[in-house]
Design a protein around this ligand. Sequence first.
Ligand SMILES: NC(=O)C1=CN([C@@H]2O[C@H](COP(=O)(O)OP(=O)(O)OC[C@H]3O[C@@H](n4cnc5c(N)ncnc54)[C@H](OP(=O)(O)O)[C@@H]3O)[C@@H](O)[C@H]2O)C=CC1
Ligand SMILES: Nc1nc2c(c(=O)[nH]1)N=C([C@H](O)[C@@H](O)CO)CN2
Length: 248
Amino acid sequence: MTSPIIITGVGKRIGYALAKHFLAQGLSVIGTYRSHYPSIDELKTLGATLYPCDFYDDIQVQSLIDELAKLTQIRAIIHNASDWLPDPVLTKNAPSKSATFAPSEVLQRMMQVHVSVPYQLNLALEAQLRAGADGNIGASDIIHITDYVAEKGSQKHIAYAASKAALHNMTLSFAAKLAPEVKVNSIAPAMILFNAEDDIAYQQKTLAKALLPKEAGNEEIIDLVQYLLNSRYVTGRCHNVDGGRQLK
Ligand SMILES: NC(=O)C1=CN([C@@H]2O[C@H](COP(=O)(O)OP(=O)(O)OC[C@H]3O[C@@H](n4cnc5c(N)ncnc54)[C@H](OP(=O)(O)O)[C@@H]3O)[C@@H](O)[C@H]2O)C=CC1
Ligand SMILES: Nc1nc2c(c(=O)[nH]1)N=C([C@H](O)[C@@H](O)CO)CN2
């Protein structure tokens, strides 16, 4: 059995596609999920080890850490799990409440899922990640999946963007801390997959933001993850997958 690749948020879309990619290679995959979709049962059938864990629940997070700490070696951790919460729209009559969450709750949730849990997992699993390199330089990996808006900001997802910027800053710190066995990199996507609720007008507006106006698809992320895992020299960097948005 190979040293496992741990992927957070494997229930759907990019996380699910990443899990399937590595399972198809016959690699050992450990996935975390919050909602139980049919995809979870499929991944189990394909041989994945899956842990339910809502990152907003500290007890569940600690249980996950305790389980993963029993491993002796880890090939990679891919921090994919993410909650794309918009900022609350406050009104004059309700200055501190919004339809769903107050500003403090939105920021706390964004920092919890995008910063606190990756931070805790990276610290708790340092020894297993170093062991996963089998004494070879750069042979194990942490990948933080951030977002193009970490560098650009966002007018409607301020807390989300700030938390993704913090996640990238952890790439810099952990890359220095865990070298030379462990590489640590960020992947900053822009328009990979639309959501079902994205109407045509939103899709057209979003596509127009890039030099390459397209919905990139899972393969763009999968191929970059594979490139980073194959590398023995690339670390401490952010790798944008954004169709040249910064030049538009
Ligand atoms: N799709 C895109 O175009 C872009 C994606 N990205 C980034 O790429 C990554 C994957 O994107 P995508 O597949 O679209 O993400 P999705 O939002 O579709 O899925 C994210 C996954 O994370 C899980 N998750 C969310 N909140 C929690 C939580 N509190 N505890 C545990 N798990 C949680 C979700 O579970 P559940 O199903 O229960 O909600 C889901 O499985 C993310 O980090 C995202 O920010 C960045 C830019 C663009
Ligand atoms: N966790 C998620 N983060 C992001 C998503 C998503 O669906 N889930 N989607 C985007 C958008 O594609 C955005 O980049 C363009 O509208 C950003 N982050």
